[in-house]
Design a protein around this ligand. Structure first.
Ligand SMILES: [Zn+2]
Ligand SMILES: [Zn+2]
Length: 270
């Protein structure tokens, strides 16, 4: 499995997941023309995708999904609530595959599990995507870490986890109070603290995984803050070096690439 981060943040989110037997997108919050170019540059034609997984209907996760599904006859895989919200805003016919949080389905060569998340959308979810040999967990736009997300991380080699804001920076920053409350709510976005809690717990219990902290706020976070915070948390846990390969997904352009084989090497070196 190879995973490409195409974009991650409030102006667009999408992961391209490629295996020997097929490819899919997780979120499509980018215009179709750009998706076509970015996927094409990575050897994947949009018409060859086996599906587009959509976490929720907010535009930064879904703006390209329906146009892509209509034009290329690629199914959108999402919860019934998300599919209904997408169908309300675009009346065109497109192929769909509904999935309830906690349930699993096969999509081409991939196994897909929808994970309950808590966010101010119709029926949001995260995803665990697996092949016969590896798995990734994608959890973004969630105000809390649910048991679904936590248990899905077990055995996963790549965790793509929202680290939206530094709580102090958000509290004392320029946002209006109502927006601060929304972000901090259980149905808001995940803080650096909560993201680090999840990754730390996973690392100590299950050993190293690759981690991409994602969906960073442009105003209330920076890659430097996330890295420094993670490093501090890890050292406080009594360990000298980070056990996981921790990286930060960029907002507006393709950035990180993860390959299953490379991860296996990294794991054996630890
Ligand atoms: Zn978002
Ligand atoms: Zn959202």
């Amino acid at each position: 499995m190879t995973v490409h981060c195409l974009a991650s943040g409030s102006s667009g989110n999408s992961l391209l997941v490629v295996s020997e037997a097929g490819a899919l997108l997780v979120d499509a919050g980018i215009g179709v023309r750009t998706l076509k170019r970015w996927c094409g540059e990575r050897g994947v034609a949009l018409e060859s995708l086996c599906g587009v997984l959509v976490t929720h209907e907010h535009g930064d996760h879904s703006v390209g999904a329906v146009p892509l599904a209509v034009k290329y006859k690629v199914p959108i895989v999402a919860t019934a609530g998300t599919l209904a919200a997408l169908q309300r805003s675009d009346k065109r016919d497109f192929p769909t595959q509904a999935l309830s949080p906690g349930s699993e389905t096969a999509l081409g060569a991939f196994g897909i599990r929808a994970l309950l998340t808590t966010h101010d959308a119709a029926e949001p979810c995260g995803f665990r995507v697996e092949t016969s040999s590896t798995a990734l967990v994608y959890a973004t736009d969630t105000g809390s870490i649910t048991p679904d997300v936590r248990s899905a991380c077990c055995g996963a080699s790549l965790l793509v986890i929202e680290a939206n804001h530094d709580i102090h920076r958000l509290r004392f920053g320029p946002y209006p109070e109502s927006l601060k409350s929304r972000i901090l709510a259980r149905t808001g976005h995940l803080s650096n603290n909560a993201a680090a809690d999840l990754v730390l717990g996973h690392s100590l219990e299950h050993g190293p995984a690759s981690v991409w902290f994602s969906h960073l706020s442009e105003v209330n976070n920076t890659p430097g803050i996330v890295k420094a915070y993670w490093k501090r948390r890890w050292q406080e846990a009594g360990c000298a070096a980070s056990p996981a390969a921790v990286e930060i997904a960029q907002r507006d352009s393709p950035s990180l690439v993860w390959r299953a084989g490379a991860q296996a090497v990294q794991k054996s070196l630890f």
